[in-house]
Design a protein around this ligand. Sequence first.
Ligand SMILES: NC(=O)c1ccc[n+]([C@@H]2O[C@H](COP(=O)([O-])OP(=O)(O)OC[C@H]3O[C@@H](n4cnc5c(N)ncnc54)[C@H](OP(=O)(O)O)[C@@H]3O)[C@@H](O)[C@H]2O)c1
Length: 318
Amino acid sequence: MSEKKIIAVVGATGAQGGGLVRAIAADPDGEFTARAITRDPSSDKAKELAALGAEVVAGDVDDADSLRRAFEGAHGVYCVTFFWAHFSPEKELEQARAMAQAAKDAGVHHVIWSTLEDTRRHVPLSDDRMPTLQGKYKVPHFDAKGEADAIFKELGVPTTYLLTSFYWDNFISFGMGPARGADGTLSITLPMDDKKLPGIAAEDIGRAALGIFKSGDELLGKHVGIAGEHLSGDEMAAVFSEVLGEDVRYNAVDPATYRGFGFPGSDDLGNMFQYKCDFESEFRAARPVDGTRALNPKVQTFKEWAKENKEKIPVPGK
Ligand SMILES: NC(=O)c1ccc[n+]([C@@H]2O[C@H](COP(=O)([O-])OP(=O)(O)OC[C@H]3O[C@@H](n4cnc5c(N)ncnc54)[C@H](OP(=O)(O)O)[C@@H]3O)[C@@H](O)[C@H]2O)c1
């Protein structure tokens, strides 16, 4: 029997990387084996991955030597950064460079870089439709990822650039779930006007990534966007009403109001949603649902995701 090819997965105990490790473990073709990279191999989450058959190794994206060791002998590497852990685009750029360099040094055949658009290509800093944040960004958690694409290219690392979408799981774990207003009605609040938001179940990102690794060299050098469905606020609210068995409305606010909500990152997210509205056609076209299904035949619709996660969706007063 031939040796399985190793896919080293950064962020393996998290949403994107965890999905990939589980997808590799569940793949009946068994072409790959997962190497789960974590800062703490003794954690419960790391042990769960080991129980699925993954090799668990220590690694930190802030420690170049640990990355080199973790990538050694790997056929593929899944690279992701963790903006919401530090809110620093500069840190993301440094970590992307460290991962790209380590992948080059290890002679990795296929890197997937989990990226997003550099919104400044469409909204230069001089464009005052939205405020400039942290001195030189419009959407900090997008812009540095997009800027980092050039690092993988410059270092000559064979890379597929994966454009992810809004996780529907944000309705569970990012405080975006239905809230009850003074009149007792539930609503979801987004500054998306009547535009459609490409979204995805976080677990489906890893399954699509496995599809990319399985496609061999075909998608090297390409940007590949993924989404489970593109839905308006009204359409998502209608699904929540049906699945939760209680009327949920869509509360459309303008981006300036959203920026002013004052939670950490509300300005970044307000700009992000405004970008997704103002450039709706390009943003959606970059994330085709049929292309996603070709990579991940199990990709869920919003209703499937909501039904599956019904008990986890926080509903105030229930
Ligand atoms: N939320 C969304 O809708 C959305 C949509 C598109 C893209 N994104 C992007 O997704 C990225 C985060 O990915 P995710 O959601 O998969 O992350 P996540 O679920 O928050 O998981 C992060 C994992 O990464 C590990 N980690 C954190 N710091 C690390 C470090 N210094 N070195 C090595 N590992 C580290 C942690 O594992 P250990 O503790 O085990 O080391 C943690 O389990 C963000 O940059 C965000 O902008 C989010």
